[in-house]
Design a protein. Structure first.
Length: 385
């Protein structure tokens, strides 16, 4: 059977690196450079042409994996008209090809698979999410090649040292390498220069940031629910930008975040209905004060909704002063956490967040900062007035 695969130059560069016998094929690139899609195409091509090949595709959390590389895999297979549902074990997320090759998907939180059987090829999607130990465990059980892709948003990471290994090759790509992008997407990417210099450098040009501009660097992920002492909600309104509802929980002085709503294009009525169905526990929702009409509608439905304190710098400092954990299923919130940055120009960093990818971060700040001030005011009133 002959297949016609429409591909970018990123596919060709990765294929050549593989044929040249490189151990670590590192794809550093900006947004929409086709690096993930191209690697998926290549892995499918290799599975089809090399009998009994064993391939693993890995990401930090499974919800992130399901929403990115697994989705791309299904799209490529369907575009090639070769997907057979009977060959797809959805419980194990393993696809078997007719020639004996297999391609499996799993996350780092699945310790059994990370430290399990060997494979020929491993693909680490968004490799900068992995720790060095995560990567080492995967490498020890991979006999041939490891593909890695990432956006270089971190100023320091073990991947930068990996590129110095003689067995490595660095493949850099940008949106300009993706001939299939629409003019609208190209314009959107190029307009990042008007948002922030560093942001443009990382997500348009695929280059490491000049300086550390990330606002938060202390969040961690969690899986198991701890015993909860108190909780509330934060709500950021949006339409073209996502409307976001997060549940913020306190346990032994630590804060745990759970994403409940993260959706664009919700009408006011749709958002109100969703919030009222989720917040049925009598707890407070701290809302973006920009929409008092929506806050009032929520109150009429019995939701205890109040305007949040929107002091940005003070709120960010309050979030920074706490130990914060984000649920592993809250993939949009975790993505925003990694992107949330201060505005910068040259070497100068300003005390103003970039107003892109900040919706969940705003909702978290509303809840944590306003809830603390409310508790302090309630305590002050009770004791001193």
């Amino acid at each position: 059977m002959e297949l016609q695969i429409d591909h970018t130059i990123v596919f060709s560069k990765n294929l050549k690196a593989f044929e040249d016998g490189k151990r670590f094929i590192v794809n550093q690139g900006g947004s929409r450079s086709s690096k993930t899609y191209s690697i998926i195409q290549l892995l499918i091509f290799l599975c089809l042409t090399k009998p009994k090949l064993q391939v693993s595709i890995v990401r930090k959390s499974f919800p992130s994996l399901r929403g990115s590389v697994l989705r791309d895999f299904l799209e490529v297979m369907n575009n090639l008209n070769i997907y057979d549902e009977n060959n797809h074990n959805k419980t194990e997320q393993r696809y078997s090809f007719d020639n004996g090759s297999t391609l499996e998907f799993f996350s780092i939180d699945n310790a059994q698979k990370v430290r399990g059987r060997k494979r020929d090829i491993c693909y680490c999607n968004e490799g900068n999410e992995l720790t060095f130990d995560d990567f080492q465990q995967l490498s020890l059980r991979t006999t041939s090649t490891l593909f890695i892709d990432f956006n270089p948003s971190d100023t320091e990471h073990f991947l930068y040292d990996l590129m110095k290994d003689d067995r490595s090759i660095l493949i850099k790509s940008t949106y300009k390498d993706n001939i299939y992008l629409s003019k609208d997407i190209i314009t959107e990417i190029e307009n990042l220069i008007n948002v922030d210099e560093n942001y443009y450098k990382v997500y348009a040009l695929g280059e490491r940031p000049i300086s550390t501009t990330r606002i938060y660097s202390h969040f961690r992920q969690y899986v198991d629910e701890p015993p909860i002492d108190d909780w509330c909600y934060g709500l950021d309104f949006g339409y073209n930008h996502p409307a976001v509802l997060v549940k913020v929980k306190w346990s032994s002085g630590k804060i745990y975040i759970e994403e409940k709503i993260y959706e664009t294009k919700l009408t006011i009525n749709e958002l109100i209905q969703k919030v009222s169905q989720i917040v049925n526990d009598g707890k407070t929702v701290y809302c973006d004060s920009a929409r008092p009409d929506i806050i009032e509608e929520l109150r009429r439905l019995g939701v205890k909704s109040i305007m949040s304190n929107k002091q940005v710098k003070e709120g960010i400092n309050e979030v920074k002063s706490n130990e914060v954990y984000v649920h592993c299923d809250s993939v949009n919130t975790w993505r925003e956490y990694k992107l949330y940055s201060w505005k910068s120009k040259g070497d100068q960093v300003f005390d103003e967040p970039i107003k892109v990818h900040d919706d969940a971060m705003d909702a978290i700040r509303y809840a944590i900062f306003t809830h603390k001030k409310k508790k302090f005011n309630d305590f002050y009133t009770k004791v001193f007035i």
